[in-house]
Write a protein that binds this ligand. Structure first.
Ligand SMILES: [Zn+2]
Length: 378
């Protein structure tokens, strides 16, 4: 048993990876094949490697109803976003199907239940809106209302979005153990690091043994940075600044759910499964547009026992008076002294070729991003 302080959600790490010989046998059989949308394939893989423990397959009508109504699995464990498989009209009506990615089979889906879902209702309950401009609501509406549920098993891992930095929950747990980390803070991101991100990470590192920087790279929205820019930006910053033995970078390929507070809970549970004991919740984590208040995601953790400790941070800024990064909890200067900056602002500076002040972003990271803008990576 891997001994980190954090137990997987539900108590045991789910692993549903078929041995190579059984996988080969399956492929010899004439099983109908289905190519799901990318975000669904990524979910299938995450179920099988335990990122969504205790789930062992795609969820059915009963589980979805429980999640939408009470934010719980039927057994009472907190769970905020249904993991479901939309079933298109033209898929074969088979009891088991091979799931393919780019035409190549990677998992087997044992269909035990078929059911219907009202996409508008799911959108309202999870994302708080039915607005088709919301990227995840747009996906939901495109699926129609037929779904299938049942266990999945993995034949092979999907290709990584970028590089070889994607560790499974078993692998991150092993790494934490090897390094002797008993407390680990998970950092959710979908951006290259700027100084406010760094500030939260440093504050957290003062409290715990290790930091897992865990950027989501699977499926982001239009306008987000590509995976390579995020990974390279972090690699450069971590090499330049952080003590190597206290930080770990690994990607997480899932579709980003821009569900504000419900996404914060979901992302915290996922990090618990990767072995984290703490989770950084910044301002407007997993938000998009103006659908969520900046601290809605802080409030949702109140009274919720997830088995991972949320570290809630106020928005960080550079203060001329303090001469450093701070928040309204640590700086007493008037607002005129504060220089607020955002990823969007930094991107605008980069795009127009303007200098990016070092108070906003480290020059090392700026250099990587200028290269990435000149020749965008995957
Ligand atoms: Zn100040």
């Amino acid at each position: 048993m891997l001994a980190t302080a954090s137990k997987p959600h539900g108590g045991a790490l789910v692993e549903r990876i078929l041995p190579a010989a059984r996988a080969r046998k399956l492929l010899e059989r004439d099983i109908p094949r289905v190519e799901p949308p990318l975000e669904v394939s990524l979910d299938a893989e995450k179920i099988c490697i335990g990122a969504y423990s205790p789930l062992t397959g795609f969820q059915g009508a009963g589980a979805v109803a429980s999640i939408l109504r009470r934010m719980e699995l039927p057994g009472g464990l907190p769970w905020s976003i249904p993991i479901v498989f939309p079933w298109r009209e033209d898929y074969p009506e088979a009891g088991e199907v091979l799931l393919t990615h780019g035409g190549a089979p990677f998992a087997i889906f044992h269909v035990k239940e078929r059911f219907r879902l009202d996409p508008g209702r799911v959108a309202q309950a999870v994302y708080g809106t039915r607005d088709p401009q919301h990227p995840n609501v747009a996906d939901l509406l495109s699926y129609g209302n037929r779904y299938a549920a049942g266990p999945v098993e993995l034949l092979r891992r999907l290709p990584a979005a970028y590089g070889d930095t994607e560790l499974s929950p078993r692998e991150t747990r092993r790494e934490f153990q090897k390094r002797g980390w008993e407390t680990v803070v998970g950092y959710q991101t979908r951006n290259p690091p700027h100084r406010a991100h760094e500030y939260l990470q440093r504050c957290a590192l003062e409290l715990v043994d290790g930091l897992l920087v865990h950027p989501v790279v699977g499926k982001l929205k239009e306008g987000d940075w590509p995976a390579r820019a995020i990974v390279r930006g972090y690699q450069r910053m971590m090499d330049a600044l952080y003590p190597r033995e206290r930080v770990l970078l690994s990607t997480l390929s899932i579709a980003m759910r821009y569900a504000g507070p419900k996404a914060a809970v979901h992302l915290a549970i996922v990090r618990k499964n990767y072995g984290c004991t703490h989770f950084i919740v910044g301002r407007d984590i997993a938000g998009v547009g103006r659908y969520y208040g900046p601290y809605d995601a802080h409030r949702i953790f109140e009274g919720l026992d997830l088995g991972i400790i949320p570290l809630r941070f106020r928005e960080a800024f550079h203060c001329r008076g303090c001469g450093t990064t701070a928040t309204d909890r640590t700086c007493g200067h008037p607002p005129e002294q504060r220089v607020e900056f955002s990823g969007t602002q930094i991107r605008a500076w980069l795009r127009s070729g303007q200098p990016v002040p070092p108070e906003a972003m480290r020059p090392e990271v700026v250099e990587v991003l200028r290269e990435e803008m000149a020749s965008p990576g995957p």
